[in-house]
Design a protein around this ligand. Structure first.
Ligand code: PGA
Length: 241
């Protein structure tokens, strides 16, 4: 179901005790008309779930393996994630693609597994600066969607558009740039057989309390995936845009 979602990707930040302290302090102010999701590191998930008990804030993880179990040292399965109290999983974040060899093919396998197990996959796509400057944005995102979501329609997924050049750089895409690509994503997945009007599409990349409102006013932007600002009190401003 298409709804507004504000998500915080903590990346490799906040130990369990730091997660607990931060969320105990802020959870009472995290009430929102929109769905709010926090993605802590694996080892801080239990503390986050505990701190958010009784609130409507959801918890997710930043990655998962596509196999059910087995000899995959260092990996985590969908069942483990579900049992820990998570409802969401981030798939194909650009840092996973860049530093950990995530491909469109593994994104596809992971998205299928997440859906099969009842987790909500938040699939990340986005072009890098070189690709944007060469006018390849739509080619790159079209490919990421066509391979990453192949064989999945009409299931319900969440998509996050995160231009790599806007992540952690302070350089947010303009509202129009973000809208243009989110509209392209909606059109592309409609052609792939998804009920595109029912799918939430988020923008991510240097979202802050000061720029969230105008992004949210764009017709094809249904939320934000927030990195750096989700680690601070500014996350409350973002939730309450
Ligand atoms: P940022 O990160 O908000 O720090 O740019 C966004 C993300 O990587 O999800």
């Amino acid at each position: 179901m298409r709804k507004n979602i504000i998500a915080g990707n903590w990346k490799m930040n906040k130990t369990a005790s730091q997660a607990s302290e931060f969320l105990h302090e802020l959870s009472s102010r995290m009430g929102s008309k929109d769905e709010v999701v926090i993605f802590p590191p694996y080892l801080s998930v239990a503390a986050a779930v505990e701190a958010l008990k009784g609130t409507k804030v959801r918890v997710g993880v930043q990655n998962m393996h596509f196999e059910d179990s087995g000899a995959f040292t260092g990996e985590v399965s969908a069942d483990m994630i579900l049992e820990s109290g998570c409802e969401y999983v981030l798939i194909g974040h650009s840092e996973r693609r860049k530093y950990f060899a995530e491909t469109d093919e593994t994104v596809n396998l992971k998205t299928k597994k997440a859906l099969q197990k009842g987790l909500i996959p938040m699939v990340c796509v986005g072009e890098d600066l070189d690709e944007r400057e060469k006018d390849l944005t739509f080619d790159v995102i079209g490919r990421q969607l066509e391979i990453g979501l192949s064989g999945i329609a009409p299931a319900s997924v969440v998509i996050a558009y995160e231009p790599v050049w806007a992540i952690g750089t302070g350089r947010t895409a303009t509202d129009e740039q973000a809208q243009e690509v989110c509209a392209f994503i909606r059109k592309t997945i409609a052609k792939m057989g998804f009920a595109a009007d029912e799918i939430s599409i988020l923008y991510g990349g240097s979202v802050k309390g000061s720029n969230i409102s105008s992004l949210m006013a764009m017709p094809d932007i249904d939320g934000a995936l927030v990195g750096g600002a989700a680690l601070t009190e500014d996350f409350i401003n973002i939730i309450n845009y």
